[in-house]
Design a protein around this ligand. Structure first.
Ligand SMILES: [Zn+2]
Length: 411
C-alpha cells in the first residue's frame, strides 16, 4: 500500500511531553513507520498521499474506557421490553459507528454487549472502535444491574443485550464469571455498589460480600484477565481493592484515604464525569425517570473532589464517559471535564496512553510512535488551549483507524 504522509502537524503523541512541531508522520500498511520533527528529508515517492496538517494538531485516536454500546434508550430499564431483539442489535451498531465518528478508535465496553461486537468490528463487518467487552455484568439480586421495580415479580432478564446476570453467593457468582469468560469477555464487570439507573438501591449501598467479590476477581485474574467494578462509596471501593479487583469505575465518593489504598494496590481509577454532567443538564429533556435524575445529581456533587483525591494520591486515572441513551454523542466531553483536575495534557494522556494500558492494548494503540497502529485524529486548532474543540465534529478533520481513513476533510 502507498505511503500516507501527514506533514507540518503539531504532534501530541500521547506520552505527555510538549507538543512537537513541525512534525511529519509516515504511515505504511496501517502502521506508523516514522516520525520526523523539523525539516523532513525523506524523498517522497510519487504514489504517496500527502496530508497537509499546517495549523492542525495530530494526536492518537481517542480511547474511552467506559462506554455502553448497548444502552441507547432514555430509560434503560424499559429498553429490553420496548425493543425487538433485532432492534437492540441494530441500535447498538449505530452507537458503535457514531462513537468512531466522535474520534474514538478504541473503546472498552463496560457491560452489555458480547464478544460478537468485538469480532465483527475486527473482521470489518461493522464500523466502530476496536472493542474490549465485558459481556454481561454480574449483579446481586436488587443490585445495580437488577432493573426490576420493587413491585415487579418477574424474573430478571439476563440474556438480552444490555442486561446483567443476576447471581448471588460464592458458587453462583463464580459460575457466572466463568460463563462470561467462556463466552469471550475481555474482563468481568461487577456491580459492587448501588447506582443511579437502578430503581431499588442507593448509590452509597455496598453490594456483594467480600467473599463473592474475591471469587469473581479470582476467576478473572486466573484467566489472565481482570475485574472492573462499578462502585461509589468508600466501603465498596475498599472491598473491591481488598478482593483483588483491578479497575474501579465511577468512585464518586472516594476520599483521600481510599485513594491511597488504590494507589498502593496498583489499581486503576476510571471516573466517568460526562454522564453526570450531561444527565444533570439534560436529564429532564431526555425524559429519564425521577429516581435516576435525583441520584445522578447527588453523586455528581462530589465527583470532581474524588478525582482530585485520586490525583493527589498518584492513582493511575483513566478516562471514561459512561454515557447512555441520548447522551451517547457526548463522549469527548470527558476530556474537558477531566482537564479541570488533570489539565488538558493530562486529560489527553488519560484518554490515550493510560487508557491503552487499561485496555491491555498499549503495545498497539494509545500513542503516536513507530510500530504502533495508525489510529490517529487530526483536529483544527490546539486542544491544549481549547480542549473543548474535541467535541466539535466539524473540527475533527481526520479520523484514521488502522491506516484507513474513516474521515478526511483535508483532501
Ligand atoms: Zn457504566
Amino acid at each position: 500500500m502507498a505511503l500516507i504522509i501527514f506533514r507540518d502537524a503539531t504532534l501530541i503523541d500521547g506520552k505527555g511531553g510538549d507538543p512537537l512541531s513541525p512534525a511529519t508522520i509516515v504511515v505504511e500498511d496501517g502502521v506508523i513507520r516514522e516520525i520526523t520533527v523539523g525539516k523532513f528529508k525523506m524523498a517522497i515517492p510519487a504514489d504517496a498521499m500527502t496530508v497537509n496538517c499546517y495549523g492542525k494538531t495530530l494526536l492518537p485516536g481517542l480511547i474511552d474506557a467506559h462506554i455502553h454500546v448497548g444502552l441507547f434508550d432514555g430509560d434503560e430499564n424499559e429498553q429490553p421490553r420496548q425493543n425487538h431483539p433485532s432492534m437492540l442489535i441494530i441500535k447498538a451498531l449505530k452507537v458503535m459507528e457514531d462513537t468512531l465518528y466522535q474520534g474514538f478508535t478504541t473503546c472498552r465496553d463496560a457491560g452489555g454487549v458480547d464478544a460478537g461486537f468485538r469480532e465483527a468490528q475486527k473482521l470489518g463487518l461493522i464500523k466502530g472502535p476496536q472493542l474490549k467487552v465485558s459481556g454481561r455484568p454480574l449483579s446481586m439480586t436488587g443490585g445495580h444491574g437488577d432493573c426490576r421495580l420493587s413491585t415487579d415479580r418477574r424474573n430478571p432478564y439476563d440474556e438480552i443485550l444490555g442486561c446483567s446476570v443476576i447471581c448471588d453467593g460464592v458458587s453462583e457468582v463464580r459460575k457466572a464469571a466463568r460463563e462470561e469468560l467462556r463466552r469471550g469477555a475481555d474482563h468481568i464487570k461487577i456491580m459492587a455498589g448501588g447506582g443511579c439507573s437502578s430503581p431499588t438501591d442507593e448509590p452509597d449501598a455496598c453490594q456483594y460480600s467480600l467473599e463473592e467479590l474475591e471469587a469473581i476477581a479470582y476467576e478473572a485474574n486466573s484467566a489472565g484477565k481482570y475485574a472492573l467494578a462499578h462502585c461509589y462509596s468508600n466501603r465498596s471501593i475498599q472491598n473491591c481493592v481488598k478482593a483483588g479487583i483491578k479497575s474501579i469505575e465511577h468512585g464518586n465518593f472516594m476520599d483521600r484515604e481510599t485513594a491511597k489504598l488504590l494507589h498502593d494496590a496498583d489499581c486503576w481509577y476510571v471516573p466517568t464525569l460526562t454522564t453526570y454532567e450531561v444527565m444533570t443538564r439534560k436529564g429532564e429533556e431526555f425524559g429519564i425517570p425521577d429516581y435516576f435524575l435525583r441520584k445522578m445529581k447527588m453523586v455528581y456533587e462530589t465527583a470532581i473532589e474524588a478525582v482530585t483525591n485520586a490525583y493527589h494520591e498518584g492513582v493511575v486515572i483513566g478516562s471514561g464517559s459512561d454515557v447512555i441513551g441520548p447522551a451517547q454523542p457526548y463522549k469527548a466531553m470527558e476530556l474537558e471535564l477531566k482537564a479541570r483536575v488533570l489539565g488538558p495534557m493530562g486529560a489527553i494522556v488519560s484518554a490515550t496512553r493510560v487508557n491503552s494500558a487499561i485496555l491491555c492494548m498499549d503495545d498497539k494503540v494509545g500513542t503516536i510512535e513507530p510500530g504502533k497502529l495508525a489510529d490517529l485524529i487530526v483536529v483544527d486548532g490546539d486542544p491544549l488551549n481549547e480542549i473543548s474543540l474535541l467535541q466539535d465534529r466539524s473540527r475533527i478533520c481526520v479520523i484514521m483507524q488502522g491506516g484507513t481513513f474513516i474521515k478526511n476533510t483535508i483532501n
